[in-house]
Design a protein around this ligand. Structure first.
Ligand SMILES: [Zn+2]
Length: 439
């Protein structure tokens, strides 16, 4: 048989394989698919070598990394635009939301791009063309994405009820799909945290780093007096300039008659166009609307007292305060079990170092994500100084992230890093602590 024949057969069986497998076959499995004896592995491997870089690729030493480089034309047409479409729509809606009301009649460029991608996808699939911009907004708020975005079913693990706008604000899902590098102001504000991290690593300021980060998480709104005390405290001394960048005056944050701190994250709620208030974090909103005895309304701050208050910048709130709430609550739950826990160990290599009886050490990174993405998961590396490295997600995200369903598939790619829910981590910890006490 000629090399071309082999090539065609291999391509054919691989295309079949990838219809229902996410990862590549092993060499033995490929032999089977080609109806060859496992003894002929070396021959198959030789054929693969001739196709490497052209039709197929794999990573040396990585299990099941064999993949096809050539996609079927149909897949290229349909799959690429829908994720692109979604990125544009998400970015466009996020930009639109940040605009002041009088500028909202101008449609952001990204939203226009998203619309033309939608047309293109519908055209290629021979479907009805989507409606105009007003209809897009209506759909974004009222209709599940699956029901109106052409090709949406091609997006893996799309939650069935997800919408792009929730309660008049862009949803967490939309935030997750924004093109990175677009929320320029917020990214710049968040970069203060990166600077603090670098500074603290260089000077080995572990305690100051922890104190700084905890302040941003637990005190996103604080009286000016307290802010001044922080500025003069010896612990914060090396980070004074960063504190000044991380906080801003409340009256510069927004001009309201009354400021209502969010009962969950304590950051001033945004005023919506109908005059009502809500935290820009959808999860805060959900918790606050449910009757939740632990979330009592905080005292409002009248305009006349605004000058006495400081708040963290919106970027710090979004990227540091909100995710930090989960880190701190996990820290508190584990500490209550009598376990030794260190927040932001080794100047923030991870979020928590958990030291359990029997000299068991866990490194934990907490992620408050609305959407799982393998490339972002891969950024958390397995810690060699610990027995386990976990990426941990709030249980509130359980249904959307479908951790239990996708766990095996993702973990296979993460080099020993494991995915857990907060409740699962607490159960594991309890079992270890309990086992030790009864022993
Ligand atoms: Zn909030």
């Amino acid at each position: 048989m000629s090399v071309t024949k082999h090539r065609q057969r291999i391509l054919k069986v691989l295309q079949e394989w990838f219809k229902d497998h996410e990862q590549g076959p092993t060499l033995e499995e490929l032999c089977q698919l080609l109806e060859m004896h496992p003894r002929q592995k070396a021959t198959v491997q030789r054929w693969l070598q001739t196709m490497r870089g052209i039709d197929v690729e794999w990573d040396a030493h990585a299990h099941r990394s064999l993949r096809l480089l050539t996609l079927e034309p149909q897949e290229i047409e349909v799959q690429l635009p829908v994720t692109e479409t979604l990125r544009y729509l998400a970015t466009g809606l996020a930009e639109w939301e940040k605009r002041s009301p009088e500028l909202r009649s101008q449609i952001p460029e990204a939203l226009r791009m998203g619309m033309s991608y939608m047309y293109l996808t519908a055209l290629l699939r021979g479907e009805k063309a989507p409606g105009d911009i007003p209809e897009l907004f209506k759909n974004a708020e009222e209709t599940s994405l699956l029901d109106w975005l052409p090709g949406a079913e091609e997006i893996k693990y799309l939650p069935p009820d997800v919408t792009l706008i929730e309660g008049g604000l862009i949803s967490d899902f939309t935030e997750g799909w924004q093109v990175e590098g677009k929320g320029v102001t917020e990214q710049v504000q968040e970069s203060v945290m990166q600077d603090v991290l670098k500074h603290c690593r260089t000077l080995q300021l572990e305690e100051a780093y922890r104190a700084f980060r905890q302040a941003i998480v637990l005190k996103p709104t604080l009286p000016y007096e307290e802010f001044r005390r922080m500025l003069t405290a010896p612990l914060f001394h090396p980070l004074r300039n960063y504190l000044r960048q991380a906080y801003m005056e409340l009256k510069k944050f927004a001009e309201y008659d009354v400021y209502y701190p969010c009962p969950r994250c304590r950051y001033p709620q945004r005023q919506r166009s109908d005059g009502s208030y809500g935290c820009r974090n959808v999860f805060c909103q959900t918790l606050c609307t449910r009757a939740n005895p632990s979330l009592l309304p905080l005292p409002p701050i009248p305009k006349s007292e605004a000058h006495e208050w400081m708040v963290v910048t919106p970027g710090m709130h979004k990227y540091v305060t909100l995710p930090g709430l989960w880190e701190v609550s996990l820290y508190e739950s584990l500490t209550r079990l009598g376990i030794r826990v260190t927040l932001y160990p080794q100047i923030d290599e991870y979020d928590l170092l958990v030291e359990l009886p029997g000299n068991v050490r866990w490194m934990i990174d907490v992620k408050d994500w609305a959407y799982l993405r393998l490339d972002r998961l891969k950024q958390v590396h397995f810690c060699r100084d610990a027995d386990e490295t976990f990426i941990v997600f709030p249980d509130a995200r359980k249904e959307h992230l479908r951790i239990e369903v996708v766990r095996d598939e993702y973990e296979a790619e993460l080099g020993g890093v494991r995915l857990q829910l907060i409740s699962e981590i607490l159960e594991r910890a309890e079992a270890i602590v309990g086992g030790k006490t009864h022993a």
